[in-house]
Design a protein. Structure first.
Length: 132
C-alpha cells in the first residue's frame, strides 16, 4: 500500500539591511509525494516529523564600488511528517526518509527562490539601478 506525505516549504525573502531591511510576504508551498507504506493496521502508530532550515545571504550588485549593492537574504524551511509503525527500525527509517525529503525540498526551493528574488530586486524593486 502506498502512503502520501505532505511537504511544507516556507520561504522568507528580505532585502536591504539594518533599519532599511524589508521583509517580503512569506511564501508557503505544499506538495504531496508518494512513499512506501510505513504503517501497519495497529491502532498505535508513531508520528515522525523532520524539518530543514537553510539561509542564503548575498548582494545584488549594480556597479563597481563597495556600496553599489542591495543586500538580500532568502530563508527556506521545509517540513515533512510521516506516520510509521512503532518499532525502532521503522521509526529510524521514517526519520531518514523524512529528513531526505525535507532536505531535497529545501535545496530545490532555495535555488529557485534565490534566482526569483534576484530578478525581483533587479526588475521590479530597483529597475533604475539595474538598467542593463
Amino acid at each position: 500500500m502506498n502512503q502520501y506525505t505532505k511537504i511544507v516549504t516556507v520561504v522568507q525573502k528580505t532585502y536591504g539591511k539594518g533599519r532599511d531591511k524589508t521583509d517580503l510576504p512569506i511564501e508557503r508551498e505544499e506538495k504531496f509525494v508518494k512513499i512506501y507504506d510505513l504503517m501497519d493496521n495497529e491502532d498505535l502508530n508513531a508520528e515522525v516529523t523532520r524539518g530543514v532550515s537553510t539561509k542564503v545571504s548575498d548582494s545584488a550588485r549594480w556597479g563597481r564600488g563597495d556600496w553599489d549593492k542591495i543586500p538580500f537574504s532568502v530563508e527556506v524551511f521545509s517540513s515533512v511528517k510521516l506516520i510509521a509503525k512503532q518499532d525502532e527500525e521503522t521509526i529510524e527509517t521514517a526519520q531518514e526518509i523524512a529528513h531526505e525529503l525535507a532536505l531535497a525540498a529545501a535545496k530545490e526551493s532555495m535555488v529557485q527562490s534565490v534566482a526569483e528574488h534576484i530578478m525581483t530586486i533587479k526588475k521590479d524593486l530597483f529597475p533604475k539601478l539595474f538598467h542593463d
